[in-house]
Design a protein around this ligand. Structure first.
Ligand code: GLN
Length: 197
């Protein structure tokens, strides 16, 4: 049984918990405090508001230990605001948060006119299905280092990427009916070597 944490400081953590509970090989736990990071095999950073989550991560003294664990190999998946937390470069702002993934992100990249939308798309790098992708004031990735694999582009913009044991999606698989991306994350964890820290 793999233990997957969901960061529960702010945002859409409950929906991720619900998805994880449907995967039999996984035990899902909420993470609000430092101690709750111990013994995890993976961690999901949910959508929400990256500035608020960043502030809470610092306030709870979680940011340095989390960065260390991710750099030490703790598999992590950031959705939407979670992608922004992972990014090493956030357009238009000096401040970064975890600064672990070599991606440049543009916050609220789709602008005010299309704040939220969905798209039915295949994602062949993950599986053979067509999936509904939901975007809510979403960021997308505007630059990647060579170490980053692009998992999905939509209309020319990178909306899913993987770097080693780190995953980032602009969209919200926790808000749709199928389990495809949660299952993909769980599989990545099965195959990743044990966490070093
Ligand atoms: N716009 C939010 C931010 O910049 C992200 C939106 C989301 O996570 N749904 O943090």
């Amino acid at each position: 049984m793999k233990r997957i944490g969901v960061l529960a400081l702010q945002g859409g953590f409950a929906e991720h918990m619900q998805k994880l509970r449907q995967i039999s090989s996984v035990e899902a736990v909420l993470v609000k405090k430092r101690e709750e990071l111990d013994g995890l095999d993976g961690l999901i950073l949910p959508g929400g508001e990256s500035t608020a989550m960043g502030r809470l991560l610092r306030g709870e003294k979680l940011i340095d230990i989390l960065r260390k664990k991710i750099r030490g190999g703790l598999p992590v998946w950031g959705t939407c605001a979670g992608m922004i937390l992972l990014a090493g470069d956030i357009e238009g702002q000096k401040e970064t948060y975890l600064d672990v993934m070599h991606i440049r992100v543009r916050r609220n990249a789709y602008g005010r006119q299309t704040e939220s939308f969905s798209s039915d798309s295949p994602c062949p790098s993950v599986d053979k299905g067509i999936h509904r992708l939901i975007f809510i004031r979403a960021p997308y990735i505007t630059g990647t280092a060579a170490s980053v694999d692009i998992l999905l582009k939509l209309d020319g913009h990178i909306v899913a990427a993987k770097e080693g044991t780190m995953l980032a999606t602009s969209f919200h698989p926790e808000l749709t009916d199928d389990l495809w991306f949660h299952q993909y994350f769980a599989e990545q964890i099965q195959h990743s070597p044990s966490v070093l820290t």
